[in-house]
Design a protein around this ligand. Structure first.
Ligand code: PMP
Length: 422
C-alpha cells in the first residue's frame, strides 16, 4: 500500500525542520499517536504489537508512572542543588540492587552522558586514556562516546585512543578468545604509549548482534583490563532494569562486579533519566577537585519517574515475567526456526532476543531478508528492528509486560511473514 499523503507531508516537514541526520524506521514510516501497554496506535487508529521498544519498559504510558510524573511536575521541579528526598530515595533504591562495592549514583539525562561521565572519571582515576569497546558497539552521542561507538559506521571517526575487539560470537569462536582480545588490545594501547583506562561493554552486546552466552564470559575480561590498570564499565543502558530476566542487571549473569555501571533508556519509562553507579573511590579525587552539576539530571520529576518504574518492576514482577515469558518465547522461536531454513540461531536472555536471518544454502548472513522481514512484520502489525554488524539479526526487545499471548500473536505473524518471504 502506498504512503498516505499526510505522512509524505510529515516526512517533507521533518527533513526541512530537522535536517539530514535523522533516520526513520521502516520503508513505510510509522506515524504513531498513542501507546498503551505493549500496543502502539497510528494516526488511523491501527494497533501495532510493540516487540521492540525497551524505553517504555514497564509498558507504554503506564498509569503509575504517568501519575508519579504528573504529581511531581505539579508540585516541584527543581534540581540537585537543593535538598530533596526523591533523588536520595532513588539512589538508595538503585544501590540496593547492586553489589556492595558500588556505593554512589550520579544522575544524568541520557545514557550518552552517563557513559561520557564514566570515561571522564576513568581517565581521572587511572591516569590513562585508552578505551576498549567491541567492534560494533554503540555507547552514545557525545564527542567522547561517539568516538567509541563503531556501530555509527565509517562516517564517524573512532578516537585515536580507542581499540576494538570482536564481540563474543560463538559462531566465530570469539567468545572463547574474549579476555585474550582484551589483553591484546591493552598491549597494543601500551605499545602506542597509551595507558588503558577502560573496557566499556554493553553486557548483552545489543548492537553487536545480541550475545548472552556463555555466562561468566565478562569476569576474565574484567580481570584482563584491571591487570593493565584500567576499569570495567558495564553499559546497562539496554540490558538493565530486569530485561535479561535472571537479574536486574546484565553483568550479574556473568558473576562479576563492574567498576562503573551506566543506565538509562528504560529508567523513566520515557521520561529522560539516566545515571552512572560506581565505586566511591573512583570519584573521590574528582569530587575533591571539581564539581558535577547536571541541570536536569536527577531532577525531582526524573526521580519520581524512575522511582515509579522501580515500583512497577517490583510489584508486577516484571523481571520474573521477562525470565518466564522470554524463556518460553525463545524456545518457541527456536522451534519455528526449524521450519524456516532462512532462520539461523536464536539467542538472548529474558526478553532480549536476537534471531539470525541467513541464506539457507550458504548459511551466510542475509541482511536484505532481515530488512524484508522487519518491513513485512510492520505491515502485519508487529514492530521489531534488525541489528548486528551486517544488520541480519532480528532484534526482539518488547516492553517487559509482554505476555505469552503477545508472544503467540508474534509467532503467528512471524510464521506467516517467513512463509511469504522464503
Ligand atoms: N549505550 C547503549 C548500549 C545504548 O543502546 C544507547 C542508546 N541507544 C546509549 C548508550 C546512549 O543512550 P542515550 O541515547 O540515552 O544517550
Amino acid at each position: 500500500t502506498p504512503l498516505p499523503e499526510r505522512d509524505a507531508a510529515l516526512i517533507a516537514r521533518r527533513s526541512a525542520a530537522l535536517g539530514p541526520a535523522y533516520r526513520l524506521f521502516y520503508e513505510k514510516p510509522l506515524h504513531l499517536v498513542r501507546g498503551q501497554g505493549v500496543w502502539l496506535y497510528d494516526a488511523d487508529g491501527r494497533a501495532y504489537l510493540d516487540a521492540y521498544n525497551n524505553v517504555a519498559s514497564v509498558g507504554h504510558c503506564h498509569p503509575r508512572v504517568v501519575e508519579a510524573v504528573a504529581r511531581q511536575a505539579a508540585t516541584l521541579a527543581t534540581h540537585t542543588r537543593y535538598l530533596h528526598e526523591g533523588v536520595l530515595d532513588l539512589a538508595e533504591r538503585l544501590l540496593a540492587t547492586m553489589p556492595a562495592a558500588i556505593g554512589h549514583v550520579m544522575f544524568t539525562c541520557t545514557g550518552s552522558e552517563a557513559n561520557d561521565l564514566a570515561l571522564r572519571l576513568a581517565f581521572e582515576a587511572t591516569g590513562g586514556t585508552g578505551v576498549i569497546v567491541t567492534e560494533n558497539a554503540y555507547h552514545g552521542v557525545t564527542l567522547a562516546v561517539a568516538g567509541a561507538s563503531p556501530s555509527l559506521g565509517a562516517g564517524v571517526a573512532l578516537g585515536p585512543h580507542v581499540r576494538t575487539i570482536p564481540a563474543p560470537d560463538p559462531a566465530t569462536g570469539a567468545d572463547a578468545r574474549f579476555a585474550a582480545a582484551v589483553e591484546a588490545a591493552c598491549a597494543d594501547l601500551l605499545r602506542h604509549g597509551i595507558r588503558p583506562a577502560a573496557l566499556m561493554v554493553d553486557t548483552i552486546f545489543s548492537s553487536d548482534g545480541v550475545f548472552a552466552e556463555p555466562r561468566g564470559l565478562l569476569a576474565p575480561a574484567a580481570q584482563a583490563i584491571r591487570a593493565a590498570g584500567g576499569l570495567f564499565i558495564a553499559d546497562e543502558v539496554q540490558p538493565g532494569f530486569g530485561r535479561t530476566g535472571e537479574a536486574m542487571w546484565g553483568f550479574a549473569r556473568h558473576g562479576m562486579v563492574p567498576d562503573m555501571i551506566s543506565m538509562g533508556k528504560p529508567m523513566g519509562n520515557g521520561y529522560p533519566v539516566a545515571a552512572l553507579a560506581l565505586r566511591p573511590d573512583l570519584v573521590a579525587g574528582f569530587g575533591a577537585r571539581a564539581r558535577y552539576f547536571n541541570t536536569f539530571g536527577g531532577n525531582a520529576v526524573a526521580a519520581a519517574a524512575a522511582l515509579a518504574v522501580l515500583d512497577v518492576i517490583e510489584t508486577e514482577g516484571l523481571q520474573q515475567n521477562a525470565h518466564a515469558v522470554g524463556g518460553r518465547f525463545r524456545a518457541a522461536l527456536a522451534a519455528l526456526s526449524h521450519r524456516h531454513p532462512a532462520v539461523g540461531e536464536v539467542r538472548g536472555a529474558g526478553l532480549f532476543i536476537g534471531l539470525d536471518m541467513i541464506d539457507p544454502e550458504s548459511r551466510a548472513p542475509d541482511a536484505a531478508k532481515a530488512g524484508r522481514i522487519v518491513n513485512s512484520l510492520r505491515e502485519a502489525g508487529v514492530l521489531i528492528s534488525a541489528t548486528g554488524p551486517q544488520g541480519h539479526v532480528l532484534k526482539i526487545r518488547p516492553p517487559l509486560v509482554f505476555s505469552d499471548s503477545d508472544a503467540a500473536l508474534f509467532l503467528d505473524r512471524l510464521d506467516a511473514v517467513l512463509t511469504a518471504n522464503p
